[in-house]
Design a protein around this ligand. Structure first.
Ligand SMILES: *Cc1c(COP(=O)(O)O)cnc(C)c1O
Length: 374
């Protein structure tokens, strides 16, 4: 049996090696390492794929979030609501910009930001909501967008884990993750569903003004060369990464289907086991399974993880500590016990190997080992 990994990027590369190598070589031959033709080509292809009017390629997903928030013209101390059960980047950029991260609890089933919790957290100082489409499934966007509209708030989607996920509104409209709010952000970190071979990210918007502003911010606040209209940053997707991504984008639907197939295998194997809760589905969203995350009930999660490790099966805890209990973000507004769902999830989640190259032999071995271990 092939060695089991959380993500198998080597096997994936072998299948597209010729195309990827050719793309990289073209960039090297052209020596246009920054702002080369591959970047604008990928930008256009990604706009077509996602349906976003504007795609702004940037250096990574964290920069995408930062640039998005910089473009909104927020004032020091303005509040930005984000889930407490997620990767740190969202709260980090809010804090870095002198804004106030207001974290809220998540739903037990989908593990995504709780609409009720957002509603309760809104104050006079709230200016934006940053929902995270956690593990590859869209947050409850219809409710969030309606609430944001009612209260006059911006919505910046963190779609770093959810590129290609589709959300269906009650009127039948279908939109992709990252294209529903005022701004959407994604990451091309290697292990993400559309990953490059280094760092990369992109911003989506349908708003012309915001798009122009974010393009300028990502380029030192510059519109005309050496004339700086606002404080900016230096954040670019480089030409080699864009060349890799332009190849991989053509396979994204195939990659998503492979992940969904592996997830269906897991779902079926674990269904009905009262100690294992399989990922719950939001009926309005497809799930692209950036992670396949179990919630374990009455199981010593860490012992199971160690046991799987001994059998050559990696498994990860995303995320062991919610944001409000992280040392850097400890805040006298919050105490342990304030966000019970997130805290409970941190103690019981376990993500299994999930990628595009899992075969049936591996899936059989993984599921059998988990069932033996619980
Ligand atoms: C990966 C990720 C980010 C950050 O992306 P980078 O490209 O690593 O900066 C932000 N938010 C979420 C939810 C992520 O998973």
């Amino acid at each position: 049996m092939k060695r089991i990994q959380m993500v198998d990027l080597q096997s994936q590369y072998q299948k597209i090696k010729d195309e990827v190598d050719r793309g990289i070589q073209e960039v090297i031959d052209s020596a246009a390492f920054i702002k080369g033709a591959s970047v604008s080509r990928f930008e256009q292809h990604l706009a077509t794929y996602t349906g976003a009017k504007h795609v702004i390629p940037v250096g990574n997903g964290t920069d995408a979030l930062q640039i998005a928030l910089m473009a909104l013209g927020l004032q020091l101390g303005d509040e930005v609501i984000t889930p407490t059960f997620t990767f740190i980047a969202t709260a980090e950029v809010v804090a870095l910009l002198g804004l106030k991260p207001v974290v809220v609890d998540v739903d037990w089933d989908t593990m995504n930001i709780s609409l009720d919790a957002v509603r309760r957290a809104i104050t006079d100082k709230t200016k934006a909501i940053v929902p995270v489409h956690l593990f590859g499934q869209c947050a409850e966007m219809e409710g969030l967008l309606a609430l944001a509209k009612e209260k006059g708030l911006y919505v910046v989607e963190d779609a770093c884990q959810a590129i290609g996920s589709e959300y269906r509104f009650s009127d039948g409209t279908i939109n992709q993750a990252g294209t529903m709010g005022d701004i959407g952000c994604t990451s091309f970190f290697p292990s993400k569903n559309l990953g490059c071979y280094g760092d990369g990210g992109a911003i989506f918007t349908n708003d012309d003004t915001l798009a122009a502003k974010m393009r300028a911010i990502a380029n030192h606040g510059m519109v005309v060369r050496y004339y700086h209209e606002m404080v900016g940053v230096n954040s670019r997707l480089d030409s080699i990464q864009a060349a890799v991504l332009d190849v991989k984008l053509q396979y994204l639907d195939e990659y998503i289907a492979s992940r969904q197939k592996a997830a269906a295998y897991y779902d079926k194997a674990f269904a009905g086991n009262e100690k294992i809760l399989i990922p719950a589905r939001n009926a309005q969203s497809t799930h692209v399974y950036h992670q396949y995350t179990l919630r374990l009930q009455g199981v010593d999660r860490d012992a199971l993880r160690a046991e799987l490790g001994d059998k050559g099966i990696p498994a990860m805890v995303y995320y062991p500590v919610p944001l409000h209990l992280q040392k850097a973000y400890r805040d006298d507004r919050y105490a342990e016990g304030d966000f019970p769902v997130a805290e409970r999830l941190s103690g019981c989640v376990l993500s299994l190997p999930m990628h595009t190259e899992l075969d049936e032999e591996q899936l059989e071995y993984i599921t059998r080992s988990v069932l033996d271990g619980v």
